[in-house]
Design a protein around this ligand. Structure first.
Ligand SMILES: CC[C@@H](C(=O)O)C(=O)SCCNC(=O)CCNC(=O)[C@H](O)C(C)(C)COP(=O)(O)OP(=O)(O)OC[C@H]1O[C@@H](n2cnc3c(N)ncnc32)[C@H](O)[C@@H]1OP(=O)(O)O
Ligand SMILES: [Co+2]
Length: 132
């Protein structure tokens, strides 16, 4: 069912400093910061030849990233995102297999539907599925 690795997301305490590490030290192509209020995050995408890195910083009072950064103040890998052909179909199949799908599909940072699978059902890794 899963296809390409769409992105690896890293929660960071300082978005501009993190963007500069990728832009300056690593020489990567780094996009501008973008607020995603529906998801409670500000994101910066780092474009790599074979995938992307999504730098995440909490936005607003109820950000799903805030607790993670409290536990990991220096930042860390927050989730991985794989592409699937049909997110709704994937959610049905995975729920039938007993996995916790964290809410209904929502439009993600690339304008396509996404869902999240609970990290405790995915070897301790929060997993996002994005419709290809
Ligand atoms: C920009 C849009 C979009 C895109 O298109 O790319 C995005 O990526 S949005 C990214 C942000 N959105 C989300 O993360 C949505 C889904 N996340 C959630 O619903 C919550 O973050 C969560 C996964 C349910 C965790 O909630 P939280 O309140 O932070 O923690 P809990 O206390 O409930 O944690 C329970 C348990 O799970 C461990 N945990 C929490 N987060 C992670 C994580 N990112 N990776 C691995 N493990 C995680 C946490 O440590 C707890 O473990 P125990 O202490 O052992 O119980
Ligand atoms: Co993501």
């Amino acid at each position: 069912m899963i296809g390409r690795l769409n992105h690896v997301a890293i929660a960071v305490p300082d978005l501009e400093a993190a963007a500069e590490s990728y832009r300056g030290a690593l020489g990567a192509r780094v996009g501008p910061p973008r607020d995603e209020p529906a998801h409670g995050v500000t994101v910066v995408f780092v474009e790599l030849p074979n995938t992307k890195v999504e730098l995440l910083h909490p936005l607003g009072a109820d950000s799903p990233v805030a607790g993670f950064l409290e536990r990991n103040p220096a930042g860390g890998v927050h989730h991985v995102c794989y592409e699937v052909p049909d997110v709704a179909e994937a959610a049905r199949k995975l729920e039938a297999e007993g996995m916790r799908v964290l809410g209904p599909p929502e439009v993600g940072a690339h304008g396509r539907p996404v869902i999240f699978l609970h990290p405790k059902d995915m070897q301790g890794t929060l997993t996002e599925l994005e419709e290809a």
